[in-house]
Design a protein around this ligand. Structure first.
Ligand SMILES: C[S@@+](CC[C@H](N)C(=O)[O-])C[C@H]1O[C@@H](n2cnc3c(N)ncnc32)[C@H](O)[C@@H]1O
Length: 408
Protein backbone atom coordinates (compact mmCIF):
# COMPACT_ATOMS: atom_id res chain seq x y z
CA UNK A 1 0.00 0.00 0.00
CA UNK A 2 1.38 3.44 -0.91
CA UNK A 3 2.35 5.42 2.12
CA UNK A 4 0.69 8.80 2.36
CA UNK A 5 1.69 11.48 4.81
CA UNK A 6 -0.29 11.72 8.03
CA UNK A 7 -3.04 14.35 8.04
CA UNK A 8 -2.47 16.80 10.90
CA UNK A 9 -5.46 17.86 12.93
CA UNK A 10 -6.25 19.32 16.36
CA UNK A 11 -8.72 17.21 18.33
CA UNK A 12 -11.16 19.11 20.54
CA UNK A 13 -11.68 16.59 23.29
CA UNK A 14 -13.60 18.53 25.93
CA UNK A 15 -15.98 16.13 27.68
CA UNK A 16 -15.25 13.36 25.16
CA UNK A 17 -14.18 9.94 26.26
CA UNK A 18 -10.57 9.01 25.68
CA UNK A 19 -9.48 5.52 26.69
CA UNK A 20 -5.92 4.92 27.78
CA UNK A 21 -4.77 1.32 28.08
CA UNK A 22 -1.73 0.90 30.33
CA UNK A 23 -0.60 3.01 33.26
CA UNK A 24 3.17 3.16 32.81
CA UNK A 25 5.57 5.85 31.63
CA UNK A 26 3.90 6.40 28.24
CA UNK A 27 0.51 7.03 29.85
CA UNK A 28 2.11 9.21 32.50
CA UNK A 29 3.69 11.39 29.82
CA UNK A 30 0.56 11.71 27.69
CA UNK A 31 -2.10 12.13 30.37
CA UNK A 32 -1.41 15.77 31.33
CA UNK A 33 -2.15 16.98 27.79
CA UNK A 34 -5.33 14.89 27.60
CA UNK A 35 -6.45 16.26 30.95
CA UNK A 36 -5.57 19.80 29.86
CA UNK A 37 -7.68 19.26 26.73
CA UNK A 38 -10.67 18.53 28.99
CA UNK A 39 -11.01 14.90 27.86
CA UNK A 40 -13.05 12.43 29.91
CA UNK A 41 -10.12 10.05 30.40
CA UNK A 42 -10.71 6.44 31.37
CA UNK A 43 -7.52 4.57 32.12
CA UNK A 44 -7.51 0.77 32.18
CA UNK A 45 -4.57 -0.96 33.83
CA UNK A 46 -4.00 -3.30 36.79
CA UNK A 47 -1.04 -1.18 37.87
CA UNK A 48 -0.07 2.44 37.41
CA UNK A 49 2.85 4.69 38.29
CA UNK A 50 2.64 6.86 41.41
CA UNK A 51 2.03 9.99 39.29
CA UNK A 52 -0.83 8.35 37.39
CA UNK A 53 -2.32 7.18 40.68
CA UNK A 54 -2.18 10.74 41.96
CA UNK A 55 -4.12 11.92 38.88
CA UNK A 56 -6.78 9.29 39.59
CA UNK A 57 -6.94 10.29 43.26
CA UNK A 58 -7.33 13.93 42.27
CA UNK A 59 -10.31 12.96 40.09
CA UNK A 60 -8.57 14.04 36.88
CA UNK A 61 -9.01 10.61 35.32
CA UNK A 62 -11.10 7.48 35.99
CA UNK A 63 -8.92 4.48 36.74
CA UNK A 64 -10.26 0.95 36.08
CA UNK A 65 -7.88 -1.30 37.94
CA UNK A 66 -7.88 -4.28 35.60
CA UNK A 67 -6.57 -5.53 32.26
CA UNK A 68 -8.01 -4.51 28.89
CA UNK A 69 -11.25 -6.24 27.94
CA UNK A 70 -13.03 -6.38 24.61
CA UNK A 71 -15.59 -3.55 24.60
CA UNK A 72 -13.42 -1.02 26.47
CA UNK A 73 -13.07 1.11 23.36
CA UNK A 74 -16.71 1.05 22.28
CA UNK A 75 -17.58 4.56 23.50
CA UNK A 76 -14.21 6.17 22.94
CA UNK A 77 -13.50 9.04 20.56
CA UNK A 78 -9.78 8.44 20.78
CA UNK A 79 -7.55 5.81 22.32
CA UNK A 80 -4.00 5.53 23.52
CA UNK A 81 -2.83 1.93 23.63
CA UNK A 82 0.28 1.56 25.74
CA UNK A 83 0.25 -1.66 27.75
CA UNK A 84 3.32 -3.88 27.97
CA UNK A 85 1.34 -6.80 26.50
CA UNK A 86 1.78 -6.77 22.71
CA UNK A 87 -1.11 -9.23 22.13
CA UNK A 88 -3.48 -7.14 24.18
CA UNK A 89 -2.37 -4.04 22.27
CA UNK A 90 -3.04 -5.82 18.95
CA UNK A 91 -6.51 -6.93 20.08
CA UNK A 92 -7.28 -3.45 21.33
CA UNK A 93 -6.21 -1.76 18.12
CA UNK A 94 -8.34 -4.22 16.13
CA UNK A 95 -11.27 -3.22 18.32
CA UNK A 96 -10.47 0.46 17.77
CA UNK A 97 -10.45 -0.12 14.01
CA UNK A 98 -13.87 -1.83 14.18
CA UNK A 99 -15.35 1.05 16.17
CA UNK A 100 -13.56 3.64 14.02
CA UNK A 101 -11.74 5.06 17.01
CA UNK A 102 -8.48 6.78 16.12
CA UNK A 103 -5.79 5.07 18.12
CA UNK A 104 -2.16 5.64 19.00
CA UNK A 105 0.02 2.63 19.75
CA UNK A 106 3.16 2.94 21.77
CA UNK A 107 4.57 -0.39 20.61
CA UNK A 108 3.79 -0.28 16.89
CA UNK A 109 3.57 3.01 15.00
CA UNK A 110 2.78 1.17 11.76
CA UNK A 111 -0.29 -0.47 13.26
CA UNK A 112 -1.53 2.79 14.78
CA UNK A 113 -4.18 4.95 13.07
CA UNK A 114 -2.90 8.11 14.75
CA UNK A 115 0.45 9.47 15.87
CA UNK A 116 1.16 11.79 18.74
CA UNK A 117 3.15 14.77 17.53
CA UNK A 118 5.92 16.37 19.55
CA UNK A 119 4.10 19.37 21.01
CA UNK A 120 4.97 22.59 22.76
CA UNK A 121 3.21 25.83 23.55
CA UNK A 122 4.07 29.47 23.26
CA UNK A 123 1.69 32.34 24.01
CA UNK A 124 -1.57 30.89 22.75
CA UNK A 125 -0.05 28.77 20.00
CA UNK A 126 0.46 25.01 20.00
CA UNK A 127 3.38 23.79 17.95
CA UNK A 128 2.95 20.15 16.86
CA UNK A 129 5.59 18.36 14.82
CA UNK A 130 5.06 15.07 12.97
CA UNK A 131 7.23 13.18 10.55
CA UNK A 132 5.58 12.65 7.21
CA UNK A 133 5.59 8.87 7.15
CA UNK A 134 6.21 5.86 9.38
CA UNK A 135 9.46 5.22 7.51
CA UNK A 136 10.80 8.64 8.43
CA UNK A 137 9.66 8.48 12.04
CA UNK A 138 12.36 9.94 14.25
CA UNK A 139 10.90 11.10 17.57
CA UNK A 140 14.13 12.75 18.68
CA UNK A 141 14.28 14.80 15.50
CA UNK A 142 10.65 15.93 15.81
CA UNK A 143 11.23 16.79 19.48
CA UNK A 144 14.33 18.79 18.53
CA UNK A 145 12.38 20.73 15.87
CA UNK A 146 9.61 21.38 18.38
CA UNK A 147 12.15 22.64 20.92
CA UNK A 148 13.83 24.88 18.38
CA UNK A 149 10.54 26.46 17.29
CA UNK A 150 9.12 26.92 20.79
CA UNK A 151 12.41 28.22 22.15
CA UNK A 152 12.78 30.58 19.20
CA UNK A 153 9.26 31.96 19.70
CA UNK A 154 9.83 32.37 23.39
CA UNK A 155 13.16 34.13 23.24
CA UNK A 156 12.29 36.16 20.16
CA UNK A 157 14.99 34.66 17.91
CA UNK A 158 12.16 33.33 15.75
CA UNK A 159 10.12 36.41 15.01
CA UNK A 160 6.48 35.77 14.20
CA UNK A 161 4.65 39.03 14.89
CA UNK A 162 1.06 38.74 16.03
CA UNK A 163 -1.32 40.32 13.58
CA UNK A 164 -4.66 39.88 15.21
CA UNK A 165 -3.55 39.77 18.82
CA UNK A 166 -0.44 41.94 18.69
CA UNK A 167 -0.29 43.74 22.01
CA UNK A 168 -1.46 47.26 21.24
CA UNK A 169 -0.05 50.31 22.98
CA UNK A 170 2.83 50.17 25.39
CA UNK A 171 4.43 47.26 27.21
CA UNK A 172 6.28 48.14 30.39
CA UNK A 173 8.82 45.38 30.55
CA UNK A 174 10.92 44.57 33.57
CA UNK A 175 14.24 43.60 32.03
CA UNK A 176 15.87 42.06 35.09
CA UNK A 177 19.16 43.09 36.66
CA UNK A 178 21.37 43.18 33.59
CA UNK A 179 22.25 39.68 32.39
CA UNK A 180 20.30 39.37 29.12
CA UNK A 181 19.26 35.82 30.07
CA UNK A 182 17.39 37.15 33.09
CA UNK A 183 14.52 38.84 31.29
CA UNK A 184 11.20 36.94 31.25
CA UNK A 185 10.09 34.94 28.22
CA UNK A 186 7.18 37.34 27.73
CA UNK A 187 9.41 40.38 27.98
CA UNK A 188 11.77 39.02 25.38
CA UNK A 189 8.93 38.21 23.00
CA UNK A 190 7.45 41.70 23.32
CA UNK A 191 10.88 43.17 22.71
CA UNK A 192 11.17 41.12 19.54
CA UNK A 193 7.83 42.53 18.33
CA UNK A 194 8.52 46.16 19.18
CA UNK A 195 8.76 49.06 16.73
CA UNK A 196 10.15 51.40 19.38
CA UNK A 197 12.09 50.58 22.56
CA UNK A 198 12.65 53.22 25.21
CA UNK A 199 15.32 51.81 27.50
CA UNK A 200 16.87 52.72 30.83
CA UNK A 201 20.60 52.61 31.48
CA UNK A 202 20.10 49.75 33.93
CA UNK A 203 18.82 46.41 32.71
CA UNK A 204 19.73 44.08 29.87
CA UNK A 205 21.29 46.53 27.42
CA UNK A 206 22.93 43.69 25.46
CA UNK A 207 19.46 42.74 24.21
CA UNK A 208 19.17 46.05 22.42
CA UNK A 209 22.04 45.17 20.14
CA UNK A 210 20.10 42.14 18.90
CA UNK A 211 17.08 44.12 17.74
CA UNK A 212 16.46 44.35 13.99
CA UNK A 213 17.60 47.58 12.30
CA UNK A 214 14.08 48.98 11.79
CA UNK A 215 13.51 49.14 15.56
CA UNK A 216 13.99 52.61 16.98
CA UNK A 217 15.93 52.39 20.25
CA UNK A 218 15.75 55.43 22.47
CA UNK A 219 17.87 56.03 25.56
CA UNK A 220 15.38 57.24 28.17
CA UNK A 221 18.07 59.36 29.83
CA UNK A 222 18.59 61.30 26.59
CA UNK A 223 15.00 62.33 25.92
CA UNK A 224 15.11 66.14 26.01
CA UNK A 225 12.88 67.43 28.76
CA UNK A 226 13.08 71.17 28.49
CA UNK A 227 10.90 72.68 31.15
CA UNK A 228 9.17 69.45 32.22
CA UNK A 229 10.68 66.76 34.45
CA UNK A 230 12.62 63.91 32.84
CA UNK A 231 9.91 61.43 33.85
CA UNK A 232 7.20 63.58 32.25
CA UNK A 233 9.20 63.69 29.04
CA UNK A 234 9.43 59.88 29.05
CA UNK A 235 5.68 59.61 29.69
CA UNK A 236 5.00 62.01 26.81
CA UNK A 237 7.27 60.04 24.49
CA UNK A 238 5.47 56.79 25.36
CA UNK A 239 2.09 58.37 24.61
CA UNK A 240 3.34 60.01 21.43
CA UNK A 241 4.81 56.84 19.89
CA UNK A 242 1.80 54.74 20.89
CA UNK A 243 -0.52 57.31 19.25
CA UNK A 244 1.43 56.80 16.03
CA UNK A 245 0.24 53.16 16.16
CA UNK A 246 3.66 51.79 17.06
CA UNK A 247 4.28 48.82 19.33
CA UNK A 248 6.25 50.46 22.12
CA UNK A 249 8.32 48.67 24.74
CA UNK A 250 9.45 50.59 27.78
CA UNK A 251 12.37 48.47 28.92
CA UNK A 252 13.20 49.00 32.56
CA UNK A 253 15.84 47.59 34.89
CA UNK A 254 14.73 44.93 37.38
CA UNK A 255 11.00 45.05 38.07
CA UNK A 256 8.99 48.05 36.86
CA UNK A 257 7.33 48.52 40.24
CA UNK A 258 10.41 48.29 42.49
CA UNK A 259 11.75 51.84 42.62
CA UNK A 260 11.11 51.92 38.90
CA UNK A 261 8.41 54.62 38.62
CA UNK A 262 6.40 52.08 36.65
CA UNK A 263 3.06 53.20 38.03
CA UNK A 264 3.68 56.81 36.99
CA UNK A 265 4.01 55.60 33.42
CA UNK A 266 0.95 53.36 33.74
CA UNK A 267 -1.05 56.33 35.04
CA UNK A 268 0.12 58.65 32.26
CA UNK A 269 -0.82 56.05 29.65
CA UNK A 270 -4.22 55.45 31.28
CA UNK A 271 -4.92 59.20 31.23
CA UNK A 272 -4.12 59.27 27.53
CA UNK A 273 -6.35 56.23 26.93
CA UNK A 274 -3.43 54.10 25.73
CA UNK A 275 -3.54 50.38 26.53
CA UNK A 276 -0.62 49.26 28.61
CA UNK A 277 0.61 45.89 29.72
CA UNK A 278 3.09 45.43 32.54
CA UNK A 279 5.55 42.53 32.49
CA UNK A 280 7.23 41.81 35.82
CA UNK A 281 10.97 41.53 35.97
CA UNK A 282 13.53 39.97 38.27
CA UNK A 283 14.35 42.69 40.74
CA UNK A 284 17.99 43.45 41.50
CA UNK A 285 17.03 43.57 45.18
CA UNK A 286 16.97 39.77 45.35
CA UNK A 287 18.85 38.64 42.27
CA UNK A 288 21.98 40.77 42.66
CA UNK A 289 22.72 39.54 46.21
CA UNK A 290 21.94 36.03 44.94
CA UNK A 291 24.38 36.41 42.05
CA UNK A 292 27.07 37.26 44.61
CA UNK A 293 26.26 34.21 46.74
CA UNK A 294 24.08 36.00 49.30
CA UNK A 295 20.61 34.62 50.04
CA UNK A 296 18.34 37.35 51.38
CA UNK A 297 16.83 34.82 53.79
CA UNK A 298 18.32 31.70 55.36
CA UNK A 299 16.75 29.24 57.75
CA UNK A 300 17.73 30.06 61.31
CA UNK A 301 19.38 33.33 60.27
CA UNK A 302 16.83 35.70 58.75
CA UNK A 303 13.06 35.39 58.68
CA UNK A 304 12.52 38.67 56.87
CA UNK A 305 14.15 40.94 54.40
CA UNK A 306 13.34 44.58 53.85
CA UNK A 307 14.11 46.45 50.66
CA UNK A 308 14.63 50.18 51.02
CA UNK A 309 15.78 53.06 48.91
CA UNK A 310 18.85 54.91 50.14
CA UNK A 311 18.70 57.69 47.57
CA UNK A 312 18.09 60.32 50.25
CA UNK A 313 19.98 60.44 53.54
CA UNK A 314 18.14 59.42 56.75
CA UNK A 315 18.12 62.99 58.03
CA UNK A 316 16.71 64.36 54.78
CA UNK A 317 13.15 65.56 55.26
CA UNK A 318 12.13 63.86 51.99
CA UNK A 319 13.06 60.42 53.37
CA UNK A 320 10.07 58.12 53.85
CA UNK A 321 12.17 55.36 55.45
CA UNK A 322 11.85 54.69 59.18
CA UNK A 323 15.54 54.01 59.82
CA UNK A 324 15.24 53.70 63.64
CA UNK A 325 12.71 50.88 63.15
CA UNK A 326 14.94 49.18 60.59
CA UNK A 327 17.79 49.27 63.11
CA UNK A 328 15.66 47.17 65.47
CA UNK A 329 14.84 44.44 62.92
CA UNK A 330 16.74 41.15 63.06
CA UNK A 331 16.38 40.35 59.39
CA UNK A 332 18.20 41.36 56.25
CA UNK A 333 18.22 44.92 54.99
CA UNK A 334 18.65 45.40 51.25
CA UNK A 335 19.43 48.96 50.22
CA UNK A 336 19.09 50.14 46.64
CA UNK A 337 20.51 53.43 45.38
CA UNK A 338 22.44 53.74 48.63
CA UNK A 339 26.12 54.00 47.64
CA UNK A 340 26.36 57.79 47.99
CA UNK A 341 24.59 57.93 51.34
CA UNK A 342 25.88 54.72 52.92
CA UNK A 343 28.00 56.60 55.51
CA UNK A 344 24.97 58.42 56.93
CA UNK A 345 22.84 55.29 56.69
CA UNK A 346 25.36 53.16 58.60
CA UNK A 347 25.73 55.86 61.26
CA UNK A 348 21.96 56.04 61.73
CA UNK A 349 21.56 52.27 61.99
CA UNK A 350 24.34 52.09 64.61
CA UNK A 351 22.93 55.07 66.51
CA UNK A 352 19.60 53.24 66.81
CA UNK A 353 21.04 50.01 68.12
CA UNK A 354 22.45 47.95 65.26
CA UNK A 355 25.80 46.45 66.08
CA UNK A 356 28.75 48.18 64.35
CA UNK A 357 30.01 44.65 63.53
CA UNK A 358 26.93 43.82 61.45
CA UNK A 359 28.22 42.42 58.15
CA UNK A 360 27.63 44.43 54.99
CA UNK A 361 28.19 43.49 51.35
CA UNK A 362 28.08 45.78 48.36
CA UNK A 363 27.45 44.14 45.01
CA UNK A 364 28.21 46.40 42.09
CA UNK A 365 26.85 45.77 38.57
CA UNK A 366 25.45 42.43 39.64
CA UNK A 367 24.83 39.67 37.06
CA UNK A 368 26.96 41.48 34.44
CA UNK A 369 30.52 40.75 33.35
CA UNK A 370 31.65 43.64 35.58
CA UNK A 371 30.07 42.28 38.77
CA UNK A 372 32.09 42.74 41.91
CA UNK A 373 31.45 42.25 45.59
CA UNK A 374 33.02 44.21 48.41
CA UNK A 375 32.54 43.22 52.06
CA UNK A 376 32.62 45.41 55.14
CA UNK A 377 30.79 45.99 58.42
CA UNK A 378 28.49 48.83 59.39
CA UNK A 379 31.45 50.45 61.16
CA UNK A 380 33.77 50.24 58.15
CA UNK A 381 31.45 50.49 55.16
CA UNK A 382 31.81 54.22 54.46
CA UNK A 383 35.59 53.99 54.40
CA UNK A 384 35.52 50.75 52.38
CA UNK A 385 33.29 52.33 49.72
CA UNK A 386 35.79 55.19 49.38
CA UNK A 387 38.89 53.00 49.44
CA UNK A 388 37.50 50.45 46.99
CA UNK A 389 35.82 53.09 44.83
CA UNK A 390 32.46 51.31 44.86
CA UNK A 391 30.09 53.01 42.44
CA UNK A 392 26.45 52.77 41.51
CA UNK A 393 24.65 50.68 40.52
CA UNK A 394 25.15 48.58 43.61
CA UNK A 395 22.93 46.65 45.96
CA UNK A 396 23.92 46.87 49.61
CA UNK A 397 23.05 43.99 51.90
CA UNK A 398 23.17 44.41 55.67
CA UNK A 399 22.83 41.39 57.95
CA UNK A 400 24.18 38.01 58.96
CA UNK A 401 23.13 36.40 55.63
CA UNK A 402 26.15 38.10 54.10
CA UNK A 403 28.52 35.72 55.87
CA UNK A 404 26.94 32.34 55.24
CA UNK A 405 27.55 31.57 51.58
CA UNK A 406 30.69 29.80 50.35
CA UNK A 407 31.78 33.06 48.62
CA UNK A 408 31.79 35.04 51.90
C1 LIG B 1 16.08 53.08 40.22
S1 LIG B 1 16.50 51.60 41.05
C2 LIG B 1 15.68 50.45 40.03
C3 LIG B 1 15.51 49.09 40.62
C4 LIG B 1 14.89 48.09 39.69
N1 LIG B 1 13.57 48.48 39.32
C5 LIG B 1 14.89 46.68 40.26
O1 LIG B 1 13.81 46.10 40.54
O2 LIG B 1 15.98 46.11 40.37
C6 LIG B 1 18.19 51.44 40.64
C7 LIG B 1 19.00 50.73 41.68
O3 LIG B 1 18.83 49.33 41.59
C8 LIG B 1 20.03 48.67 41.93
N2 LIG B 1 20.47 47.89 40.79
C9 LIG B 1 19.79 47.67 39.65
N3 LIG B 1 20.47 46.83 38.85
C10 LIG B 1 21.62 46.52 39.49
C11 LIG B 1 22.73 45.70 39.18
N4 LIG B 1 22.79 45.01 38.06
N5 LIG B 1 23.72 45.60 40.08
C12 LIG B 1 23.66 46.26 41.25
N6 LIG B 1 22.63 47.07 41.58
C13 LIG B 1 21.62 47.18 40.72
C14 LIG B 1 21.02 49.74 42.32
O4 LIG B 1 20.90 49.95 43.71
C15 LIG B 1 20.49 50.92 41.55
O5 LIG B 1 20.93 52.13 42.10
Amino acid sequence: MAEHPAYPVGLRLTGRRVVVLGGGQVAQRRLPALIAAGADVVLVSPEVTASVEAMAQAGEITWKRRRYQEGDLADAWYALIATDDHDANTRASAEAERHRVWCVRSDDADAATAWTPATGHSEGVTVAVLTSSARERDPRHTAAIRDAVVEGLRDGTLVAPHHRTRTPGVALVGGGPGDPDLITVRGRRLLAEADVVIADRLGPRDLLAELPPHVEVIDAAKIPYGRSMAQEAINDALVEYAKQGKAVVRLKGGDPYVFGRGMEEVQALAEAGIPCTVVPGISSSISVPGAAGIPVTHRGVAHEFTVVSGHVAPDDERSLVDWPSLARLNGTLVILMGVDKIGKIAETLIAHGKSPDTPVALVQEGTTAAQRRVDATLATVAETVRAEDVRPPAVIVVGEVVTIGPGA
